[in-house]
Design a protein around this ligand. Structure first.
Ligand code: MLC
Ligand code: AMP
Length: 504
């Protein structure tokens, strides 16, 4: 009877009186043993709702200790956890619920009226959990449940989570992640980044993506460290909390926001051991400026939902600006020719392919998509363009996929183009990412009108109605025609160059 993920992350902490969630500015610290009891109560509530091992639980909830206990409760009950961005609209949630065949949807009480019909149409139940995790119909069940639970037996190959990632067709795909995918990656990372039970991680990332949930939280549990758990990145709070922390993980926007704040200085980072960055490219200039001000070299790593973390700069050794370092131990990386799949010589730009225990098992119910991206020999084709230097450091130099990364969130233009193309007065659209000082990149829609009835406000309203806010075009530009190549394909590179200074 075992459950490797539960046993390694949570089971080992049953009698651990060390603090897991530390609250340096208040009185809400929670020990590991108290958390493990709470997890058991969540596992009971999930089972009571009729979920069996292998069923999917879909959660669109605010970040709180309860949201992590819900994740852990799913692991203990053997249920597949499917977290969703809180910014997703009801129509986006409907897709994830129906595609995954989710049996139970957990949402905020304020969203229940909107989401109940969506869930009922899929035959799923709804329970609620408030943003602070303290109330709602799920929490009522949890509060009245016993504090121990017979952990469901699972193996390393059993699925632990589905994370949806968008795609170039505009249809999101459910990446199936096993216990082994999550566990092997956390084990490699704590060793590499030297996390121990002395660490206090300043956690200000969202917990519905790989970065904030699996990288940050799983490492903390496995190392027995503490977390300062912030509901979101707020510069004032982060500045107040940095002196109480030893480590932070963030997207580049975290670091550029800190650098822009006059209060951020070396003294604030005196207890810090490591700053880690990922999910989007960290500009060399940010890396250099950060070191100049604080003496810390940001440790940049590279990963993906489908693969967890793939490469990292070294902890001891040179952290080279503009690079994402070396493959993690146990992970094979090759840089290949996009057409032939042949391995390229060092220094040449090609596609990164990755194989290892970290790589997912495919896209849920999408065998063709899986076959397009996951080779039969186990290599996953990331779509990121990279090169390796003479010392083995890998640099991401671009993407072979039509993807925008805004503040660490992935946005596939097709999804926005499909919404805008449907609006009256629109002949066609091209959505591109352009440089943005805060988000790194941001969304711009270039629109060709079909007649003179085009109303830009209608386009913004249409985006609002069906797409999460971070996907909304920050600007809509009307043009007479889109640049095309001789094959008739829209030349987005020309548009990106043309509007590169829009937010400069
Ligand atoms: C918020 N907004 C965004 C946005 N985040 N718009 C574009 N891109 C984003 N990332 C919207 C808000 O709704 C708001 O709209 C306006 O932009 C300004 O909001 P803000 O208050 O400045 O934003 P904030 O809440 O501070 O959020 C910014 C952020 C956050 C960067 C802190 O987006 C964030 O935490 N990002 C991290 C994403 C992440 O964890 N990615 C990891 C994916 S895993 P309005 O209209 O109200 O003004 C992965 C694999 C790997 O990629 O390798 O890790
Ligand atoms: P996601 O699908 O949300 O998991 O995002 C994964 C993508 O984020 C990768 O395919 C890369 O394009 C990008 N990414 C992650 N880390 C980095 C990094 N350090 N530098 C550049 N791009 C990154």
């Amino acid at each position: 009877m075992s459950n490797p993920l539960y046993d390694s992350l949570f089971g080992i902490h049953k009698d651990n009186s060390a603090v897991l969630f530390v609250d340096p500015l208040g009185n809400d610290s929670i020990t590991y043993s108290a958390f493990v009891k709470r997890v058991a109560q969540f596992a009971h509530a999930i089972s009571k709702a009729g979920l069996q091992p292998g069923d999917r639980l879909v959660a669109q909830i605010g970040k709180s200790v309860s949201s992590i206990a819900l994740y852990a409760g799913c692991v203990q009950a053997g249920v597949i956890f499917l977290p969703l961005n809180t910014a997703y609209t009801a129509s986006e949630v409907e897709y994830f619920l129906s595609d995954s065949g989710g049996k139970l949807l957990i949402c905020d009480p304020a969203a229940e009226d909107d989401l109940q019909p969506v869930a009922s149409a899929q035959g799923a139940q709804v329970l609620t959990q408030s943003a602070d995790g303290m109330s709602g119909s799920l929490i009522d069940q949890v509060n009245s449940s016993p504090e121990s639970f017979e952990t469901a037996t699972r193996g390393e190959d059993d699925l632990a989570a589905f994370l949806y990632t968008s795609g170039t067709t505009g249809r999101s795909k459910g990446a199936m992640l096993t216990q082994e995918n999550l566990l092997s990656n956390s084990i490699a990372l704590i060793d590499l980044w030297q996390f121990t039970n002395k660490d206090v991680l300043l956690h200000a990332l969202p917990v519905f993506h790989t970065h904030g949930l699996f990288v940050a939280c799983n490492i903390t549990f496995l190392a027995g460290s503490s977390m300062i758990f912030e509901s979101k990145f707020d510069t004032d709070r982060v500045i107040a909390l940095l002196p109480h922390s030893t480590s932070m993980m963030g997207v580049p926007t975290f670091y550029t926001r800190l650098l822009e704040d006059a209060r951020f200085d070396k003294e604030l980072t005196r207890n810090m051991r490591v700053f880690i960055s990922g999910s989007a490219p960290l500009l060399s200039e940010t890396h250099i400026q950060f070191e100049k001000l604080t003496g810390h070299r940001i440790l940049e790593r590279y990963g993906m939902t489908e693969t967890n973390m793939i490469t990292s700069n070294p902890y001891d050794g040179e952290r080279r600006a503009g690079t994402v370092g070396f493959p993690l131990p146990g992970v094979d990386v090759k840089i290949t020719d996009a057409q032939t799949g042949d391995i390229l010589p060092d220094g040449e730009v090609g596609i990164i392919e990755v194989r290892g225990p970290n790589v997912f098992r495919g896209y849920w119910n999408m065998p063709e998509k899986t076959a397009e991206e996951l080779r039969t020999d186990g290599f996953f084709i990331t779509g990121d363009l990279a090169k390796k230097d003479e010392d083995g450091y890998i640099s991401i130099v671009g993407r072979n996929k039509d993807l925008i990364i805004s503040g660490g969130y992935n946005i596939y233009p097709k999804e926005i183009e499909l919404v805008l193309d449907d609006q009256p007065g629109v002949k066609e659209t091209a959505v591109v990412g352009v440089p943005h000082p805060d988000f790194g990149e941001t969304v711009v829609a270039i629109v060709v009108a079909s007649d003179n009835h085009l109303d830009i406000e209608t386009l913004h309203e249409a985006a609002k109605a069906s797409l999460a806010k971070f996907k909304h075009p920050k600007k809509v530009i009307v043009v007479d025609s889109l640049p095309r190549n001789t094959m008739g394909k829209v030349q987005k590179n020309i548009l990106r160059d043309q509007y590169a200074d829009l937010f400069a």
